[in-house]
Design a protein around this ligand. Structure first.
Ligand code: ZN
Length: 297
């Protein structure tokens, strides 16, 4: 069975763009941290399913909760970078972006004791106008990016972009791979099957069919993502407009069960292993033989 990539964006519930948008009138309101218990819940779930994942971790979270990063690394997962302050890339200058990823990467490497080679932008915010970011990532020692979502969406997404891992940038000595969030192609449209709110909203059977289609028919690995707060039904729910509430909280009570089913029915590993980028936990020969990556990488 082909190995897919499982990724977790390690951040607080209040980092979510919809949460920030929905609560922007509640100026000065303090929201308590939930990241330690929600990551712990996820680590237990992954342990139960003998599965490793890539944790794109926010530098700000690592600074406030170093034990979280140490626990992720200790369990053999890949520690990757989600930027430092959850600032969208399209709102930063190139030099601000470089400083942000450099700070976060150094912090994560200190805590995990491993090199950090993967990056995911907050809110998939590397658009066509921000392709300068790829060159900076390469110069800062990253080997792959996973910030591209080839769908139509109101806030992000590039529906015409490639759907599978490919080389997105190259300089004289190195290359940066892109591992897009997964979509299933149906009737000329890219359907989101790679996690997040769509996974909570859609029936499990539909997502399963989509992943099977990518794995079996297209012989490609899937990139799936989730957030620790999506498995935390007890998080604070401040008042906000109904459409924000819906997008944030739909399916949150059933997420643990749904993710368990996903882990039981498909094989998952770290992005680093699926892309065969080596590292401390080298992919086994058996994994490589089964990963079925196309020639695009
Ligand atoms: Zn995020």
């Amino acid at each position: 069975m082909l190995v897919n990539a499982l990724s977790v964006d390690v951040e607080e519930y209040y980092h979510a763009a919809i949460f920030r948008h929905g609560t922007r009138t509640l100026v000065g309101r303090h929201f308590g941290s939930r990241v330690e218990q929600s990551v712990e819940r996820l680590l237990t779930l992954l342990r139960d399913h003998h599965t490793h994942a890539t944790f794109f971790t926010l530098g700000e979270v690592a600074a406030a909760h170093p034990a979280v990063v140490r626990a992720i690394a200790k369990e053999g997962h890949e520690v990757a970078c989600h930027g430092d302050r959850h600032e969208d890339v399209d709102r930063q200058t190139p030099s601000e972006f470089r400083a942000d990823v450099r700070r976060a990467k150094a912090r994560l490497e200190d805590l995990s004791g491993e090199s950090v080679i993967g990056y995911r932008a907050p809110n998939f915010s590397i658009g066509r106008a921000q392709s300068w970011a790829y060159e900076i990532l390469l110069e800062e020692g990253f080997r792959y990016d996973s910030s591209l979502y080839p769908i139509l969406h109101d806030r992000y997404g590039q529906p015409g972009a490639p759907r599978f891992p490919y080389e997105i940038w190259r300089n004289w000595s190195d290359r940066l791979l892109e591992f897009p969030i997964s979509t299933a192609r149906l009737l000329g449209v890219n359907l989101p099957i790679g996690g997040g709110g769509y996974f909570r909203l859609a029936p499990f059977g539909l997502i399963r069919l989509g992943i099977q289609r990518v794995n079996v028919r297209e012989r490609q690995p899937v990139m799936f993502y989730l957030h620790p707060w999506e498995l935390d039904p007890d998080q604070p729910r401040p008042p906000m407009a109904w459409h924000h509430r819906f997008r944030l909280y739909v399916g949150i009570g059933k997420e643990v069960v749904k993710v368990s089913r996903l882990l039981a029915q498909f094989r998952f590993g770290t992005a680093r292993d699926v892309l065969r980028l080596g590292g401390r936990r080298e992919a086994t020969t058996r994994d490589l033989g089964r990963s079925g990556l196309g020639r695009s990488v």
